[in-house]
Design a protein around this ligand. Structure first.
Ligand code: SF4
Ligand code: SF4
Length: 119
């Protein structure tokens, strides 16, 4: 019996979360606000997102959890590769990656629609 996409989504989300525990984005939070890469970027990629709450993300967005941008230093290649493998696993199992999408939105996406696979 095939594994339900909901379960694959959850497993990939948890795996991505584990990879990001080492904080490759160097996210720092202080009274002045949140920065990544030691203040080189004044706002992380969550800025302006409707899911951003006072203490962080309020949903479990798989696409976001598997994303690292070009600002992340090259010495984080292991994390880039690990996340890339998780993205490929999502693709193989027909789980779309919808940037800033929560679980229901993501799994409701038509996987044949262009632009829904990547951040
Ligand atoms: S959905 Fe993505 S961009 Fe929005 S708050 Fe959550 S992690 Fe950030
Ligand atoms: S992916 Fe890029 S913009 Fe987003 S938190 Fe990491 S370093 Fe910052």
């Amino acid at each position: 019996m095939p594994i339900p996409r909901e379960d694959i989504y959850d497993a990939l989300y948890q795996a991505g979360k584990k990879i990001l525990e080492s904080n490759p984005c160097n996210i720092q939070t202080s009274a002045a606000g949140t920065t990544c890469h030691g203040g080189k970027l004044p706002n992380c990629c969550c800025v302006g997102c409707k899911h951003l709450g006072p203490t962080g993300c309020t949903v479990e967005s798989l696409a976001c959890k598997l994303h690292l941008c070009y600002m992340v230093p090259k010495d984080k290649d292991a994390q880039f590769i690990a996340l890339r493998l998780l993205k490929e696993t999502a693709r193989l199992h027909g789980v779309p990656l919808l940037a800033r999408g929560d679980k229901d939105q993501t799994l409701g996406v038509d996987k044949n629609r262009s632009g829904c696979w990547e951040m």
